[in-house]
Design a protein around this ligand. Structure first.
Ligand code: ADP
Ligand code: MG
Length: 346
């Protein structure tokens, strides 16, 4: 559906997007996850034809966004970080304006408008000025705008930023619903949001793609990062001697324990479970193993390891442990998008 090949964007000497390549398949919800400044908005602006690339190419269903912008853009609806919504219009006026700009045949407009408003649940506010709507409703109008022309692909840049927790949950639900009929790419710097909404995750950091897989596979990829935490009643040297005989340990980090004890973090070479082996080794040496806990790497750990950034807390609340029910987003500014562009270009 979308092919991104060796995409690079430089702002002066600063490389915002660095040789990025990936493929977006039809019918999947993708999460573009990365800390602020990672290059998410820049990439989305290039994919949607709002910004030129320094190098590389983007193909939308085989059409180059640079060489055949009209054919390519027809397939994409885009909600930029700064939604191109006109405050002094009503949703009804605004969406009619967008339909005109995107050359929806006059005879189809009334029906299309009705469908889009129903999908995004803005029918009840269609005659109020956009400036008087809540941020949540304004964002719905922005999403409605992206749906005009019924494009196959919907691209949403940080769609829940600045919303309150209830609105965030509603927008996430809306996105999941839209995912039934569209291919969706959304960006977020909130790990739990991407986990809650997306089928597939692309982690981007410093303009580079550092991981790309399902949430489950990304977590599994790091399952080898299981750590065993031990506390042993022994001196470090005694304990080290015992562990040296245990097979399957990559390395061990040592810490001082309480009086007469030592603590060790054991990192296995692969995903094997060393607990029994370690238990027996200490029993044989007659050294009391006071504690042994297995810690599995979470997707949160994966994110931190790959991007060097702390995962942002979820403003929609919920936990950060990766249940897919209840998550959220935050703040990120981007002066990049010209509000008039969307309407004019399409
Ligand atoms: P994200 O959306 O992931 O937060 P951006 O794509 O907005 O990241 O920005 C990527 C990098 O490019 C950042 O370092 C940002 O400061 C820089 N950048 C973005 N837009 C511009 C611009 N118009 N001029 C110069 N630098 C920019
Ligand atoms: Mg951004």
């Amino acid at each position: 559906m979308i092919e991104v090949r060796h995409l690079t964007k430089k702002y002066g000497n600063h490389i915002a997007v660095d040789d990025l390549s990936f493929t977006i398949d039809k019918g999947v919800i993708y999460g573009f996850l990365g800390p602020n400044g990672a290059g998410k908005s820049t990439t989305m602006n290039i994919i949607t034809g709002c910004l030129g690339a320094t190098a590389g190419e983007v193909l939308i269903d085989g059409h180059s966004i640079a060489e055949e912008p009209l054919a390519a853009k027809k397939l994409i609806g885009y909600l930029p970080e700064m939604p191109p919504v006109y405050m002094d219009m009503t949703p009804d006026e605004y969406l009619r304006f967008i339909m005109q700009a995107r050359k929806i045949p006059a005879a189809e407009r009334a029906g299309h408008l009705k469908t889009v408003m129903e999908k995004t649940r803005i029918t009840e506010v269609k005659d109020r000025l956009i400036r008087n709507l809540s941020k949540g409703y304004r964002q719905r109008v922005g999403i409605a705008q992206a749906l005009i022309g019924d494009p196959e692909i919907i691209i949403l840049d940080e769609p829940t930023v600045g919303l309150d927790p209830a609105q965030i949950i509603e927008i996430r639900e809306l996105i999941r619903e839209l995912g039934q009929d569209h291919t969706i790419v959304l960006s977020s710097h909130i790990l739990s949001e991407v986990q809650a909404v997306c089928d597939s995750i692309m982690i981007i950091s410093g303009g580079r793609l550092v991981a790309s897989d399902t949430a489950e596979n990304l977590t599994a990829l790091f399952a080898g990062k299981t750590t065993l935490k031990l506390e042993i009643r022994a001196g470090r040297e005694q304990a080290e001697k015992v562990l040296n005989k245990v097979e399957g340990i990559d390395h061990t980090d040592w810490y001082a324990g309480d009086e007469n004890t030592v603590r060790a973090d054991i990192h296995p070479t692969d995903d094997q479970d060393l607990r029994e082996r370690i238990f027996r080794a200490f029993a044989e040496a007659d050294l009391p193993l006071l504690e042994m806990t297995r810690i599995r790497a979470s997707l949160e750990d994966v994110f931190i390891e790959l991007t060097g950034a702390e995962a942002s807390p979820d403003p929609a609340g919920g936990d950060s442990s990766g249940n897919r029910k209840n998550k959220k987003a935050e703040k990120n500014k981007d002066p990049e998008t010209d509000p008039s562009k969307e309407a004019d270009d399409k």
